[in-house]
Design a protein around this ligand. Structure first.
Ligand code: GDP
Ligand code: MG
Length: 538
């Protein structure tokens, strides 16, 4: 059964799971070394928990000659670990395990080959109170041999509880306290033994003990008990035994150690993550300004102008004075350059954007990113910029496409009034023509000296003259009026094109800039939440 860490409000499994998830997100975003450490802690926790919590690995750590081996011997009850008298250093770790079996799988995982099983009743008698303890006599912390120090560090990293052994002369040793500082926050899984108490009077030993406690507080390992003892005369051995009995009975060290490690890894990642300040979403204001800037930097003006001009031209073609309409056909259609003059098939296109346009749109993107990352701690401005800066060529291509396509909105069918005016213009043209022909025939008859035929009149105006002049005048006036109305229609269509273009550009901005930025911001939020959970906070 896995218990719950004393300081953890969520339980170790949830802490480790959260750290694992956080590491996956932090990978590539936060400092590689901290990410690797977090991953290492998750792996270690998974592996250690597989061996259960019934065994507690207690590592004896300390400088050469502090009495580690002597303490191991004192606990076992006879000389098992090689003490300094016979060999000055312990080159590899020795495991002494108490209990039914010799803790094989756990020691295999720890890669400890030297093992002593304190199992037989000849050794422990009927007393089984230390069952579950695996006491590790570890190479010296201050060893000159690198391999020994590496072994020591490996064991210190994987053990459940750290029992630091020092003596009344060396308890203030800088190397030890530097090492302890790195284990800040691990006070709950640490204890210190102030050995060789036989060398000083009791009051002095107590002064040393209090002083050591102060140094521990300074190093950030508060809460670790400090026992004074003498492996030589047996003073304090019972206290240490009692402490170890409590430890194995509580079965808390496995959980507390992994919880402390997880908390430590989460804290260093949280430091990398930086404080919570800064935007959590892209403000609508920024999106709007960016869209506007990109539209302005684009070829929209060309397109909307061409739509208006095209509308006016098409209107003239249908509503203009029939005798001059054809002149317009001689000029290219304004939408021709966008491949939009013939139906709606094919991909509309804009001319290549100019360098100025590209610079303007790149600048707009930069400004938007700057507005979002303002007040944000590193590395987020950089990460957000990366997420929110699409490839300029791709961005401009997408914007050009939607803008050119938006011209199709201006390609609405022929307005009904064009048709009506066209019919009127044709009737007027017919009247004009018939008036002209009629008068022509009259003139021809006069030329041939044919006696004048009676010409019908209306209110004193000869009908053919009325048809000719009236047809021309009314036709021209109608064409003028139609062009005024067409100007209004053209403006309306070009407005519709602009609105459609803005909507389409907004969609491109959302897809290529806003969504990736918000995804990154969400990652930042999620990372913080996971790391707080990994620290044992809800
Ligand atoms: N006076 C005194 N000497 C001790 C005590 N504990 C160990 N020693 C001696 O200190 C030396 C180093 O002890 P050892 O256990 O090998 O230390 P280790 O290097 O930390 O394993 C040996 O000569 C021990 O006899 C103690 O409590 N008092
Ligand atoms: Mg030793």
């Amino acid at each position: 059964m896995i218990g719950f860490g004393a300081r953890s409000a969520v339980g170790l499994p949830r802490q480790v799971e959260a750290l694992g998830q956080a590491v996956a997100i932090a990978d590539g975003r936060l400092d590689d070394e901290q990410v690797a450490f977090g991953r290492h802690v998750v792996d270690k926790a998974d592996q250690r928990l597989r061996h259960g919590t019934t065994r507690t690995l207690v590592a004896l750590l300390g400088a050469t000659g502090s009495g580690k081996s002597s303490i191991a011997n004192a606990m076992v009850g006879h000389d098992i670990a090689t003490t300094g008298v016979r060999r000055p250093t312990t080159s590899s770790t020795l495991a002494c395990s108490w209990g039914e079996d010799d803790a094989q799988p756990l020691l295999d995982w720890m890669e400890i080959k030297n093992r002593h099983h304190v199992g037989g009743s000849s050794e422990t008698g009927p007393d089984r109170s230390l069952d579950g303890l695996v006491l590790l006599d570890v190479p010296d912390h201050d060893s000159v041999a690198e391999a020994h120090r590496e072994e020591m560090e490996r064991i210190a990293e994987h053990a459940d509880m750290l029992l630091w052994v020092t003596d009344i002369e060396k308890y203030a040793d800088k190397a030890m306290h530097d090492y302890l500082r790195e284990l800040a926050g691990h006070g709950a899984v640490m204890a210190l033994v102030l050995n060789k108490s036989d060398q000083l009077d009791r009051a002095s030993v107590e002064r040393c003990r209090v002083d050591l406690k102060r140094l521990l507080d300074e190093a950030g390992v508060e809460g670790a008990p400090v026992l004074s003892m003498s492996a030589l005369n047996g003073h304090g051995v019972d206290s240490l035994r009692a402490l170890l009995i409590d430890t194995v009975k509580g079965q808390r060290m496995v959980i507390d150690r992994l919880s402390a490690d997880t908390t430590m890894a989460a804290r260093s990642l949280l430091d990398e993550l930086g404080p919570a300040q800064g935007a959590t979403s892209v403000p609508g204001k920024v999106t709007k300004a960016l869209t506007g800037d990109l539209v302005d930097a684009s070829g929209l003006q060309l397109v909307s102008d061409a739509v208006a001009a095209g509308y006016r031209r098409d209107a003239v073609k249908r509503t203009g004075w029939p005798f001059t309409r054809w002149v317009r056909r001689l000029r290219p259609h304004p939408l021709g350059r966008f491949h939009l003059d013939r139906g709606t098939g094919g991909r509309a296109s804009l001319p290549e954007p100019s360098g100025v346009q590209l610079a303007r749109s790149a600048n707009a993107v930069r400004q938007a990113n700057a507005a979002i990352t303002v007040g944000m701690p590193p590395p987020w401005p950089e990460l957000i910029n990366k997420a929110g800066t699409p490839d300029p060529a791709k961005l401009n291509d997408r914007i050009d496409t939607v803008i050119a396509d938006s011209a199709r909105v201006g390609q609405g069918g022929e307005p009904a009034w064009w048709r009506a005016v066209n019919v009127m213009q044709l009737i007027l043209a017919l009247a004009t023509l018939s008036g002209a022909i009629w008068l022509g025939l009259l003139a021809f008859a006069a030329y041939l000296q044919i006696p004048e035929l009676p010409t019908p009149e209306y209110r004193g105006i000869p009908i053919p003259t009325g048809l000719l002049v009236g047809g021309i005048v009314i036709g021209l006036v109608l064409s003028f009026l139609a062009s005024r109305v067409a100007a209004v229609g053209a403006a309306r269509r070009s407005r519709a094109v602009r609105q459609r273009a803005e909507k389409s550009v907004q969609a491109v901005v959302d897809e290529l800039i806003v969504d990736p930025i918000e995804a990154e911001l969400a990652k930042r939020q999620e990372l913080r939440k996971l790391l707080l959970t990994a620290q044992g906070r809800r």
